[in-house]
Design a protein around this ligand. Structure first.
Ligand code: NDP
Length: 256
């Protein structure tokens, strides 16, 4: 089905997917090649969406269109969206998920350490949301989901840069909600806790043991648990949820 074909509009409260009887939507996931992003790609594909994954290497999970894109470069972001939209139609779902860490204590944190993390996690997400919202505004439908972190509102020693970048995504999502929320576009933050990926694989054993003790669920999370929440927020049924921060953290950040 062409992306311009008339869409089924679900009026039943029980309807939570937008793929009933249609060919799915055009979705972009940044950092979709591995970790949490790859699980998000898989979940969106499972829902029948057409998915493009942006990453610096350009590789993607099976079934998705891999596009090389460094989100710190506005021209690359624009070119990547152009390529995704030529293949899949105007972007309707954006999951801004690319992220990096550059941890060190504040006294040792250089300007470059701070800037790199902000430029990737915050400004990269801004660049993608800005570009994606162009198509969403025309279609008067859109889902923007930012991968934040429990650390954004909870704080974490050695992560002043990372925590700042993730906290700021809450302001971005809420401002977008107020700016373009009346056009059928939602913007939310999913805030994972400690999830088993490459990003957490390097943690020392005693650090992991400490997390196990602090997390009410008593374990690290799985990537598919984050992906399931993102897929729900991308669905038709989540159309009245916007400006929210949804934790997927086993209870670690309660109240933050
Ligand atoms: P990974 O390190 O496994 O994945 C990071 C992803 O970001 C990769 O796909 C990487 O692709 C991409 N990326 C990094 N820099 C850029 C860039 N400049 N341009 C484009 N893509 C880039 O980490 P996770 O899967 O764990 O993390 C995914 C998201 O979840 C991140 O935003 C992270 O902050 C967040 N998160 C993770 C948690 C965890 O416990 N794992 C907890 C809370 C939040 P490539 O390097 O190929 O470009």
């Amino acid at each position: 089905m062409s992306s311009d074909a008339p869409r089924h509009r679900c009026t039943r409260l029980s309807c939570v997917t937008d793929t009933e009887g249609v060919g799915g939507r055009s979705a972009v996931v940044t950092g979709g090649n591995k970790g949490i992003g790859a699980a998000i790609v898989a979940a969106l594909l499972e829902q029948g969406h057409r998915v493009a994954s942006f990453s610096r290497g350009g590789d993607a999970p099976e079934g998705a269109l891999g596009i090389a894109c460094d989100v710190t470069d506005a021209a690359q972001v624009d070119a990547a969206f152009k390529q995704a939209e030529e293949a899949h139609g105007p972007t309707e779902i954006l999951v801004a998920n690319s992220g990096v860490t550059k941890d060190t204590l504040v006294l040792r944190m250089s300007e470059a350490d701070f800037d790199l993390v902000l430029d990737t996690n915050l400004k990269g997400a801004f660049r993608c949301a800005k570009r994606a919202s162009r198509s969403m505004l025309r279609r008067r439908w859109g889902r923007i989901i930012f991968t934040g972190s429990v650390v954004g509102l909870y704080g974490s020693p050695g992560q002043v840069n990372y925590s700042a970048s993730k906290a700021a995504l809450v302001g971005v999502a809420r401002s977008l909600t107020r700016e373009i929320g009346a056009r059928g576009i939602t913007a939310n933050v999913v805030a994972p806790g400690f999830i088993e990926t490459d990003m957490t694989a390097t943690l020392a054993e005693d650090v992991v043991a400490g997390y196990h003790a602090a997390i009410p669920a008593g374990r690290l999370g799985a990537t598919r648990e984050v992906a399931a929440t993102v897929a729900f927020l991308a669905s038709e049924g989540a159309g009245y949820i916007s400006g929210a921060v949804i934790p997927v953290d086993g209870g670690l950040g309660m109240g933050h």
